[in-house]
Ligand binder design. Sequence first.
Ligand code: UT7
Length: 321
Amino acid sequence: MIRAVLKGTGSCLPAKVVSNEELSAKVDTSDEWIRERTGITQRYIADDTETTGTLATGAAQAALDDAGFTIDDIDLIILATATPDHTFPATATTVQHALGGKGFPAFDVAAVCSGFLYALGTADSMLRTGMAKCALVIGSETFSRILDWEDRGTCVLFGDGAGAVVMAAEDVAEDGPGILATRLHADGEHRELLWVDGGPSTTGTVGHLQMKGREVFRHAVVNLAGVLREVLEESGTDASAIDWIVPHQANLRILDATARKLGLPMDRVVVTVDQHANTSAASVPLALDVARRDGRIKPGDLIMLEAMGGGFTWGASLLRV
Ligand code: UT7
């Protein structure tokens, strides 16, 4: 059977690290509050030379190197972001050009923190139906540019960065590698619990992120538990077979609650929220790259990717690496 198989991962973070202490000097907050409520200790913040496009290009090149591929092996780029370099063209086309590619489709996907799951699901469909043979799937964000730096309820939570994967269509055995199942959801009813109050067609401005954190938290735990159950059912997999959960990194308490719902211990959850904070669409591929490079995720492992974000949107994907 044809499946989308993981061939390589890469990531790229801005040079500048901002600790909780440094933020506390500028905003009415404390290292203690941020750590206790979220698990975050630091975040990376882009400077003027770093954009969603440059970070995405860095992550994509690292993923190509990891796979032993060049841009000539790629015939599709899908980039998930809520912070594109420009209103248009899609940042994916900027990345394509920066990597030396031409001709093949390259487009952005906007599903905020679930964006990487949406991009991966789209790439999986295109690879399995023969529309593409080898895809770069990227999550890249510069949320620092849309934060209200005077709102302590949101500005301490986010960071910048990018992660990327190379996925290739391969004919594999039933118990072989590849994406086994993906489920995606959206519910626009709750769009104003987590949104940006600007845009080209409404205010003509970029706007700032607004979030009702406590309510988002409650929906996240319920929605994630539901979609994880669906993916396990669809693939005929028992939760105990999962080697690693690679979740969206919004809050350590959400990761803990999700692991509990699956009956899995926290030592099977890849945690990067402490180092990266919430990098929206970048967080899942960033965490995946970290855990592959440090040797936790090994060939043959069964991993569950999951995310929930603005929209609301949410999704999960089960992948054998
Ligand atoms: O990535 C997309 C999905 N996003 C999420 O999943 C985020 C989900 N939400 C969360 O992670 C949590 O709700 C937060 C981390 C955002 C907030 O944690 P919380 O435990 O829900 O706190 P809260 O919003 O209920 O605020 C508790 C208190 C408030 O003070 P009072 O009203 O109790 O006196 C806030 O004013 O903490 C105060 N507070 C802060 N204090 C110090 C809020 N932000 C800060 C801050 N520093 N940065």
